[in-house]
Design a protein around this ligand. Structure first.
Ligand code: GDP
Length: 297
């Protein structure tokens, strides 16, 4: 299960604190030393860890006394609130254009789960927001990506726009938006091409698509299992493309948690969804508060 190691360590640290009637400054320091180690071991970015630990210390040491909680519980409450803030605080929703269709570019490296997530987001929008999305197959490089999207479209009984793998992705994207307007589809989800690594060609192509279709949302799909690599990928996509949101996939796996806890703080881009499995309905809105509670038990 995701966050298992981190959750176990934090809970063990906090169990010692919970019953304390009094918490001294050195108790807080001692506890935060353990929290710091647990976060670093969970592959959380070291700058993020530092900022987090300082924020908790500052609040926990000088905090006002609340009668309903023991001092130990109060420290834990501060940690919970700061963890929530670290992951973005409020839940961040997918964009909606003033005038339909809302154009969403799905970007990311190969294997991150981009094509699967495109279908998941389309399914989510129809099921929860009563929208009618059009998916566009602009990943012309990964063999089978286009077929995969068609298969998912059939499975969901949802339209897929494709021009095969000979047209340029930017033309496919433009064609899809035009088609959506014609058919009154209110969302266009463009499954763009990925690469194995971030490179200039990939970014150039994505920038061209961005310029051509002026997306309302650019969602980066990253694999939570890759830890700090996911954060580095998010940083470079954000610098070169300007992201509006992140989807963390494979949170059902045994990720240590580093990506979930670092992405927002490092890139200042909210995590909007979490992928919780391979099936099309295994996508959840990312709730920072629930995630923090899950980690703290
Ligand atoms: P793309 O190259 O980025 O388009 O990646 P795909 O959409 O083809 O996904 C790559 C693999 O990851 C596939 O086997 C997917 O089933 C799997 N995958 C995608 N999202 C998730 C997820 O949230 N959890 C799990 N366990 N697997 C996922």
């Amino acid at each position: 299960m995701a966050f298992e190691g981190l959750a176990e360590r934090l809970q063990a640290t906090f169990d010692k604190m919970k019953s304390r009637g009094k918490v001294s400054e050195s108790d807080v320091k001692e506890m935060m030393r353990e929290v710091r180690l647990a976060l670093l071991e969970a592959d959380v970015n070291f700058k993020v860890v530092k900022k987090f630990v300082n924020a908790v210390k500052e609040r926990a040491v000088g905090q006002e006394v609340m009668k309903s909680l023991t001092p130990g519980q109060q420290v834990i409450k501060v940690v919970n609130e700061e963890l929530t803030a670290l992951m973005g605080g409020e839940q961040s929703k997918i964009a909606q254009a003033q005038k339909p269709p809302t154009v969403v570019m799905m970007v990311g490296l190969q294997g991150a789960g981009k094509t699967t997530t495109t279908a998941k987001v389309a399914n989510f929008l129809r099921k929860n927001n009563n929208r009618s999305p059009l998916m566009a197959a602009a990943d012309i490089y990964r063999p089978a990506a286009i077929d995969q999207l068609h298969t998912l479209g059939k499975q969901l009984d949802m339209p897929v726009f494709s021009l095969g793998d000979k047209e340029k992705p930017v033309e496919i994207a433009k064609g899809a938006v035009a088609q959506a307007k014609e058919d009154h589809q209110d969302y266009v989800l463009i499954d763009t091409a990925g690469r194995l690594h971030v490179d200039e060609e990939l970014m150039g192509e994505l920038q061209d698509i961005k310029e051509a279709v002026n997306p309302d949302e650019i969602l980066l799909v990253v694999d939570a299992m890759t830890g700090q690599d996911a954060v580095n990928v998010a940083e470079s996509f954000n610098e070169q493309l300007g992201l509006t949101g992140v989807v963390l996939t494979k949170l059902d796996g045994d990720t240590r948690g580093g990506a979930a806890l670092s992405v927002k703080s490092v890139t200042n881009t909210p995590i909007k969804f979490a992928g919780m499995g391979e099936k099309v309905d295994q996508l959840e809105p990312f709730h920072p508060e629930r995630m923090a509670s899950r980690i703290l038990g």
